[in-house]
Design a protein around this ligand. Structure first.
Ligand code: URP
Ligand code: ZN
Ligand code: ZN
Ligand code: ZN
Length: 479
C-alpha cells in the first residue's frame, strides 16, 4: 500500500479545461479532486500554489539502451526514464527492434529484460523489419498476450532494419486484422543510400553532408507512400518524427480526405535549425546527427502550424543518446556517425517555453500534445493523459515562472551532449509524481530503479480500426 499524497493549491490543467483543485492520490491512482480536500492522516503534502498541475508527460518515441549502428545508446532504461521524470515525463513508449530474421518474441523478451530497471512507466512499439509467416503469427501473440498495439516500420536504414514495400503491405494488413496501428519512420532508404554514396564519392565525408543525404523530398516521398499503403489496406497510420513541410502536407491532405493519419513531431525539430551542421567542430555537428535531420526555419514554422492545425498530434524526442566517442566512429565517414540525439528531460520545458510562452499553444493544447493525444492514439486513455478520479497518479507540478539555462553539465541524462544547450527556459517542472510517489522534487531526483510499470496497451475496437475505407467489389449483375 502506497502512502497517500495530496497536491494542494494548484490549478489542474487537462486537455479540455482547467480548474482549481487539490489532487488526492492513493495506491498509485488519483482518488479525488476538489477545491479543499481532506487528506487521510499521514498523507504527504505537495505544495502547488501558483503552479499548474498537469498529467505526467508521455514521450511516445524513445530509444533507451538501443543497439544501433555499431553502438549502444548511453542512457539505459534507468537513467533514461529517470531523466524523463526530472523533466515531467512519467511514461515512455520505446521500441523493440528485432534484427532481420530474428523472432519478434525473442527481441521483445530482450527489451523487456533491459527495461526491468526502469524508474518510469514504459511500453513498447515493436518494429517489423522482415516478413514471413512467423512474423505474422508473433504479431498476434504480441497483441493478444503482451499489450502491444503498434508496429513500427523503418523505411530508411537500407542494409540494416529497412522494411521494404512488401513487408509494409503485409504488416499493415496484419495490423488491421489485429486491431493494431502501424507506425513509420518515413524516409526513402534507397534515395538516402544513393545520395550518401554520391556525397562520399565527391569527398563530402563530414557531418555537413548528413542533411544533404536526407533532403525533405526523401521524407515527403516516404510519407506519401506509407499513407497510400495505409489507405489501400484500410488501416490507420502514425508517422513518427515529421520534420518537414513535405510530409506534413501529405498528412494534411490525407486527413482532409477523411483518412485516419496521425503525426508526431520532435521537440528538437521544432526549435533547432539546420545551421548546426555548419559548425566547424565535428563533435558539435555530429552531436546533432539524427534522422530526419534538423531543417530550415521555414520547415520549423510549418511544424508549429501543423501542431496548431491539428495535423500533428504528439510531441516526442526520439531520445537516442550517443556520446562523443561513439559519434567519433564516423569521423571520416558521416554515414557511420550513430544517428540520434537526446531530449526526454527537456521536451516539456521546450514545448512550454517555445509553445505556451509564445502564445502558439494554450495550456490545454500543451497537455494534448505532451500526454493526452499520445494516450488516446495508443489506447491508454484515460488511465494516462488525464487528471481524473481513477486515472494513474502521474502528475507534474509546473511552475510557469521558474527559469533555467539548459546545459549538459546539469542534466540527469548520461549523455555528454545537449542539443538544447544554452536555451533560457521559463516554465519548469518543480515536482513529478508517478504512481502516487514523489519521484522528483525541486531538483532532487528520487527515482528508484525497477519501480516503473510495464504498460500494456489493448488492441483497438474494430470501429476505430476500420475507419479508412476499403473498396468492395461491385455486386455481380444477375443475368
Ligand atoms: O536518428 C535517429 N532518429 N535515431 C534513432 C532511430 C530512428 O530513426 O528513430
Ligand atoms: Zn526514426
Ligand atoms: Zn526513433
Ligand atoms: Zn561513451
Amino acid at each position: 500500500m502506497n502512502q497517500a499524497l495530496i497536491v494542494r493549491g494548484g490549478t489542474v490543467v487537462n486537455a479540455d479545461r482547467e480548474f482549481r483543485a487539490d489532487v488526492l492520490c492513493v495506491d498509485g491512482r488519483i482518488q479525488a479532486l476538489g477545491e479543499t480536500l481532506e487528506a487521510p492522516a499521514g498523507a504527504q503534502e505537495v505544495d502547488a500554489l501558483g503552479c499548474y498541475v498537469m498529467p505526467g508527460g508521455i514521450d511516445p518515441h524513445t530509444h533507451m539502451q538501443m543497439p544501433f549502428m555499431g553502438a549502444v545508446t548511453v542512457d539505459d532504461f534507468y537513467s533514461g526514464t529517470a531523466a524523463g521524470l526530472a523533466g515531467g515525463t512519467t511514461t515512455i513508449i520505446d521500441f523493440v527492434i528485432p534484427n532481420p530474421g530474428q523472432s519478434l518474441l525473442d527481441a521483445y523478451g530482450d527489451w523487456r529484460g533491459w527495461a526491468s530497471k526502469a524508474a518510469g512507466d514504459y511500453s513498447f512499439h515493436v518494429a517489423v523489419t522482415w516478413w514471413d509467416q512467423s512474423v505474422s503469427d508473433e504479431m498476434g501473440v504480441l497483441v493478444r498476450e503482451h499489450g502491444v498495439n503498434s508496429f513500427k516500420h523503418f523505411m530508411a536504414y537500407k542494409n540494416a532494419i529497412m522494411a521494404d514495400d512488401e513487408t509494409m503491405v503485409r504488416s499493415f494488413r496484419r495490423a488491421l486484422e489485429l486491431g493494431a496501428i502501424p507506425t513509420v519512420h518515413a524516409e526513402n532508404g534507397e534515395l538516402v543510400y544513393m545520395l550518401q554514396q554520391q556525397l562520399l564519392a565527391a569527398g563530402n565525408t563530414g557531418p555537413a553532408a548528413h542533411p544533404l543525404s536526407r533532403p525533405p523530398v526523401v521524407e515527403g516521398e516516404a510519407a506519401n507512400r506509407a499513407i497510400a499503403i495505409a489507405e489501400a489496406t484500410g488501416v490507420p497510420i502514425y508517422i513518427v518524427h515529421v520534420s518537414c513541410a513535405e510530409s506534413l502536407e501529405a498528412i494534411a491532405r490525407a486527413r482532409g480526405r477523411g483518412q485516419r493519419v496521425f503525426g508526431e513531431v520532435l521537440a528538437g525539430h521544432l526549435v533547432i535549425d539546420d545551421s548546426v551542421y555548419q559548425n566547424e567542430s565535428f563533435e558539435y555537428s555530429a552531436g546533432h546527427v539524427m534522422s530526419p535531420p534538423f531543417r530550415s526555419r521555414q520547415h520549423q514554422q510549418a511544424l508549429w502550424q501543423g501542431l496548431r492545425a491539428g495535423h500533428l498530434h504528439t510531441t516526442a524526442t526520439d531520445h537516442c543518446t550517443f556520446c562523443a566517442a561513439q559519434k567519433a566512429n564516423g569521423k571520416s565517414d558521416f554515414t557511420k556517425i550513430p544517428n540520434g540525439c537526446g531530449g526526454v528531460e527537456e521536451r516539456m520545458t521546450v514545448l512550454w517555453n517555445d509553445g505556451v510562452n509564445t502564445g502558439r499553444l494554450t495550456r490545454s493544447e500543451f497537455v494534448q500534445v505532451t500526454s493526452a493525444n499520445a494516450a488516446q492514439i495508443f489506447n491508454i486513455y484515460p488511465r494516462k493523459g488525464l487528471i481524473a478520479a481513477g486515472s494513474d497518479a502521474d502528475l507534474v507540478v509546473w511552475d510557469p515562472a521558474a527559469t533555467k539555462t539548459i546545459s549538459r553539465t546539469a542534466q540527469f541524462s548520461k549523455g555528454d551532449f545537449n542539443i538544447f544547450e544554452g536555451m533560457q527556459a521559463r516554465g519548469l517542472p518543480v515536482h513529478t509524481v508517478r504512481a502516487g510517489a514523489l519521484v522528483y522534487s525541486k531538483g532532487e531526483l528520487r527515482a528508484e530503479p525497477g519501480s516503473g510499470n510495464y504498460i500494456k496497451r489493448p488492441a483497438f475496437a474494430p470501429r476505430l480500426q476500420a475507419i479508412n475505407r476499403i473498396a468492395q467489389p461491385a455486386q455481380a449483375q444477375s443475368a
